[in-house]
Design a protein around this ligand. Structure first.
Ligand SMILES: NC(=O)c1ccc[n+]([C@@H]2O[C@H](COP(=O)([O-])OP(=O)(O)OC[C@H]3O[C@@H](n4cnc5c(N)ncnc54)[C@H](OP(=O)(O)O)[C@@H]3O)[C@@H](O)[C@H]2O)c1
Length: 269
């Protein structure tokens, strides 16, 4: 089985590439700006350039972790789905918890219908639908909430802001769940090796208050105590995609406590 990771130089894509390689899979990846000679260059400036790339690599499975301008992403994914349909391939697509940001009244499970108010969430819903229409059962959708990693922009920015004495933006009465790069990578390996299909909400099985998580993270990394700019909201809101798929074993399920332990396991750079 030949696997191609689109966006393999990014936070999640690089973790997925490493995990698949560690399991002995034949895997290649793309980057746009990263200067990694082991990766194929691919830039959404020319979405159609995906076709010769696919014809050259001939992957059986593609994992899409791309970012970029939405219209160009849609075009590249349309061409990708067409190629995979013609070659009986499979696609694992990284969507987002934002497909539910139009209904923050409760956490969401895989069976819920997406409903988004944001341009980003609506784009991801459109891309899910476009891929689904072409690939059907051969499309696997993963919807992560906020993704964290030991080397992620979010953690670097938090560290810099706190050290500079800057305040952090937060939201009253907001509960969320989290994902980490390595968890998503392990789930993808498991999903592929066990032939699972459908939609997966990949994140912690529990939720946390948004502000409390930032406080615990800062404390765990011995950073200055955060000062917050708090957006007030009286009504409790949830931006959480909870994992409901029974096929994912307990050893791959994580809690918010596990995320904090992971993120505080290395000293702040
Ligand atoms: N991070 C989160 O909290 C989060 C949460 C939910 C869902 N997601 C989704 O998960 C996926 C991966 O997110 P991530 O945070 O891991 O992404 P990331 O770190 O920003 O990496 C994005 C990847 O896409 C490539 N890329 C960016 N712009 C491109 C362009 N114009 N043309 C071609 N390639 C381009 C990057 O290449 P270079 O690095 O070489 O430029 C990189 O390999 C995305 O689809 C995102 O929407 C992310």
């Amino acid at each position: 089985m030949k696997i191609l990771v689109l966006g393999a130089s990014g936070l999640t894509g690089s973790a997925i590439l490493r995990a698949l390689q560690a399991e002995g899979h034949s895997v290649s990846g793309t980057c746009r700006t990263a200067s990694d000679p082991a990766l194929f260059p691919f830039d959404l400036e020319e979405p159609q350039a995906i076709v010769p790339l696919l014809e050259r690599i001939r992957p059986d499975v593609v994992v899409s972790c791309l970012r970029g301008e939405f219209t160009r992403q849609l075009e590249a994914h349309r061409l990708l789905a067409q190629f995979l349909y013609q070659h009986h391939g499979k696609l694992l697509y990284l969507s987002t918890a934002n497909v539910f940001d139009g209904d923050l009244s409760r956490p969401h499970y895989e069976g819920d219908s997406p409903c988004s108010d944001s341009t980003y969430g609506q784009f991801k819903i459109a891309c899910e639908a476009l891929l689904q229409a072409r690939l059907g059962q051969d499309l696997i959708i993963l919807r992560p909430p906020e993704i964290w990693g030991l080397d992620c922009p979010r953690l670097h920015s938090l560290t810099q802001r706190l050290r500079a004495g800057s305040s952090l933006q937060t939201y009253e009465n907001l509960s969320v769940n989290y994902a980490v790069d390595t968890q998503i990578a392990q789930w993808i390996v498991f999903i592929l090796e066990h032939g699972l299909r459908g939609i997966f909400h990949v994140g912690t099985r529990d939720i946390s208050d948004y502000t409390a998580f930032l406080e615990r993270l800062a404390e765990g990394r011995s950073l200055p105590k955060p000062r917050f700019d708090i957006e007030r909201n009286e009504i409790p809101r949830y931006q959480a995609v909870l994992p409901g798929r029974q096929e994912i074993p307990a050893r791959l399920q994580i809690s918010v406590g596990d995320v904090l332990r992971y993120l505080t396991s290395a000293p702040a750079l």
